[in-house]
Design a protein around this ligand. Structure first.
Ligand code: SF4
Length: 236
């Protein structure tokens, strides 16, 4: 979907001619390119469970529908939606339609826009120019699009995620070889698995990031300190 080479910055007030033609083109040739973050997976788990699927835990959602992609040599990984042959289409695409429309990941909701946090709760807005046939027949404004498709819960999640990422990377880099497997297991557990689907998400995520940082510090004897809410001031 979003390819860095095809993203161009736009101002929040800029109006863009964009109309979804429901052609499904944005959902093909996506290998390792649509992130499924923890909040996305939490919502997807609840959506599938409400539809009658047997979903008991978050890690089963990641295992079934996504694959880990290392972002960094430290082992810090994100999950991307799985794709299927022959055209590397998203596994949720059927007959050119999204089968999880109410619970699709934030990257899909935001498309054709994307956001990059600048700090201070502000964002750089980016426009994906990858599928130029969409840019006709209907004006959307970047700021308004974000307001409608990127609710407060997503923004708070992004804040905690970005606020903890750099410290997690630094700590993972300091882990001695002998303890690396244990550290990666802790990373995966707290970031992508240890969630109760019947409790509010954000508080659990904050607590998990705090626990993860504390556990990694204990292994490394590190001295990088975060705030109580699991954020720091370093940015990422
Ligand atoms: S989740 Fe839905 S909108 Fe997103 S890439 Fe897959 S099919 Fe397309």
């Amino acid at each position: 979907m979003d390819n860095k080479r095809n993203l161009k910055p736009v101002s929040p007030s800029q109006r863009v001619d964009f109309r979804c033609t429901r052609c499904g083109a944005c959902c093909r040739y996506l290998r390792e390119s649509v992130p499924l973050n923890t909040l996305d997976a939490f919502r997807l788990a609840k959506h599938l469970r409400a539809r009658g699927e047997k979903i008991n835990c978050l890690d089963s959602v990641f295992a079934r529908f996504a694959e880990p992609v290392p972002l960094h040599e430290s082992g810090y990984s994100v999950y991307m939606l799985k794709t299927a042959s022959p055209d590397d289409a998203c596994i949720f695409l059927q007959n050119s339609r999204c089968t999880i429309q109410p619970a699709k990941p934030s990257a899909c909701r935001l498309y054709p826009f994307a956001v990059e946090p600048k700090g201070d709760g502000l964002y750089t807005y980016l426009l994906s120019m990858e599928k130029p046939h969409h840019f006709k027949g209907g004006q959307v404004q970047a700021r308004r699009w974000m307001k409608e498709n990127y609710p407060k819960e997503d923004r708070e999640f992004m804040k905690v995620d970005m606020g903890t990422a750099l410290d997690i990377v630094r700590l993972l880099m300091k882990i001695p070889e002998a303890e690396r497997q244990q550290a990666w297991a802790l990373f995966l557990w707290y970031k992508y698995a240890d969630f109760d689907l019947d409790k509010p998400f954000l508080e659990q995520y904050r607590q998990n990031m705090t626990k993860l940082l504390a556990a990694l510090r204990q292994i490394t004897g590190g001295t990088i300190y975060g705030h109580k809410d699991g954020t720091n001031q370093t940015g990422f």
